[in-house]
Write a protein that binds this ligand. Structure first.
Ligand SMILES: O=P(O)(O)OC[C@H]1O[C@@H](O)[C@H](O)[C@@H](O)[C@@H]1O
Length: 323
């Protein structure tokens, strides 16, 4: 066979020296994993909470808001990025098995195990056949590895595998929950994504028209969304539920900035703390940072998902950065 000197890389055999591969690095203090595509996109995940703390486009533009005073040393849940909420969303109800847990559960403030990486050309996030253009990082949290205190407060046997896949088209985060015990358990799960925006006054949210929601700012009263494009001009804390449309979009100046596509999750929380709530959070900085973020949080939080012993469940999101 005669090789052509200018052979396009698209037909290079997978894994050949010619095909650039994604890189995955573990920080020297073993606290975080960074993955990078040959085209420049990157994602950084803190093992504490399996919290995605940075997701950049190929041109270096950051997509996630992270507080300048976010605590990253494993002593407090991270303010920004994508904290994982499990097995309860918000303050736990008094009459439920999660009642002794802290707000948003224990997944975001325990250290996860890095299970490894895999790359693929055929995953849904691939754009071309030029080398491995997605990389998937898997993280695990198991009841057996939880500190005694958390285990006592929610005494079920479970295994969580959280997969973070970086592609040229976006970032996918998927949660797999498995009941490893014999007793059934109920859980809620949510991906608390802080999306970075350049100016909240020019930001609108679409895809929620006609959706029912609980407004936590208005004493948890029930409403129906009447706006095609939602503007944020004050504190917003709403649980949209039973959603039919799979995509919620964030627009800046009327132009698409992010698409958030839900997978087997029916609810989406829209949150912006605005002036007063931001002022009250010690780890929220700068104090006017609420002008540069909006949380679009996909989840299953309006009711409980029940898993019998041995059963498993999976759900997640694909976020497309449209810059
Ligand atoms: O301060 P925390 O525990 O990270 O929660 C932040 C916010 O998270 C949102 O998901 C809730 O709807 C809000 O009510 C809450 O204030």
């Amino acid at each position: 066979m005669v090789d052509r000197p200018n052979k396009p890389s698209a037909i290079s055999p997978v894994g050949s020296a010619a095909a650039p591969q994604p890189s995955v690095d573990i920080s020297s203090d073993n606290s975080r994993i960074t993955a990078r595509l040959p085209t420049g996109e990157s994602v950084e995940v803190l093992l504490y909470g399996a919290t995605v703390i940075s997701w950049k486009n190929g041109n270096g533009a950051e997509n996630l808001w992270l507080s300048e005073k976010a605590v990253l040393d494993g002593s407090k849940a991270v303010r920004g990025g994508i904290p994982v909420v499990f097995p309860v969303f918000g303050p736990p109800p008094k009459d439920h098995a999660t009642s002794a847990l802290p707000q948003h559960g224990f997944a975001r403030n325990n250290r996860w195990e890095y299970l490894g990486k895999s790359s693929s050309e055929s995953a849904p996030l691939s754009k071309s056949g030029a080398g491995d253009d997605t990389v998937k990082l898997d993280f695990g949290l198991y009841s057996s590895a939880l500190p005694e205190d958390a285990r006592k407060k929610w005494p079920y046997d479970f295994g969580l595998v959280y997969s973070v896949t970086l592609g040229r088209e976006g970032l996918q985060t998927m949660m797999n929950v498995r009941n490893e015990g014999k007793e059934p358990f109920e859980f809620q799960v949510l991906m608390h994504t802080y999306l970075k925006v350049s100016d909240i006054s020019k930001t609108t949210i679409t895809g929620l028209l006609s959706a029912p929601y609980i407004d936590k700012v208005l004493n948890a009263t029930a409403h129906t969304e009447s706006n095609h494009a939602i503007s944020i001009t004050g504190e917003v804390d709403r649980v949209y539920h039973s959603l039919k449309q799979s995509t919620t979009s964030v627009l800046e100046d009327g132009k698409p900035r992010y698409d958030v596509v839900r997978d087997n999750l029916d609810d989406t929380v829209l949150w912006n703390p605005w002036t007063e709530k931001a002022a009250g959070m010690g780890d929220f900085y700068p104090k006017d940072g609420f002008k540069h973020m909006v949380c679009v949080e996909v989840g299953a939080v309006n009711s409980w998902t029940k898993l019998d012993g041995g059963e498993s469940w999976e759900g997640g999101q694909l976020i497309k950065s449209l810059l």
